[in-house]
Ligand binder design. Sequence first.
Ligand SMILES: C[S@@+](CC[C@H](N)C(=O)[O-])C[C@H]1O[C@@H](n2cnc3c(N)ncnc32)[C@H](O)[C@@H]1O
Length: 196
Amino acid sequence: MDSEDSEEVWAQAHKEGLSHPLNTDMTMPRLAEKYTSGRRALEIGCGIGKMINPFHLAGYDIMGVEQCKFAVKVSHTRFPAHSFFLSRGQFLPFRERSFDVVYTNTCLQHNFHWRKLWVVQAIHYILKEDGLFLTQEDTGGGAGVHKRRWVDNPYCLTEKGYEALMLVGGFQLLEKVVINIKTEDSVMVWAKIHET
Ligand SMILES: C[S@@+](CC[C@H](N)C(=O)[O-])C[C@H]1O[C@@H](n2cnc3c(N)ncnc32)[C@H](O)[C@@H]1O
């Protein structure tokens, strides 16, 4: 097990993160609403629920999957009306075509590339045909703080790398919205590719 994958490393990181406020940036739910009226959403790698909050505020019926036990407990406590599962993104305990929206926020970037693909394929399986996949992942090509912070992360893909990964996983890019020009943080919206 590598350090990016370790329960202790993530539990420690999440304990430190408890002092940070929950995210209130509504970009992700607003983008989801632009493309689908479906309200059943799932976050993969939800941590302590920072990005559950915007979908909660937007009134989604939301679930979270997370590999760190401590984080699952915190999310349960913070959002008792929603459901959280201790599991890995590549082994999702859900039926085929059961979600309208699935999203990740700085989660895929902590998985080696072949494991990213497993997660993307598992997401493809549980998303409805007209469902959406939204990602906010560091692309390793950013500037300033962003670039320095993840310059050593061997798992970071470039934006083109994400497009290739998604294509192999069965998704195409619908829209990209830059939410921070300085750090180049962006939300990417993906739709299932339909066979013709
Ligand atoms: C940087 S934290 C982000 C947490 C949350 N998405 C947020 O925005 O606050 C990354 C989280 O993804 C989880 N994670 C990474 N890879 C995962 C996987 N394959 N399956 C489930 N959880 C995963 C980690 O345990 C960690 O809690």
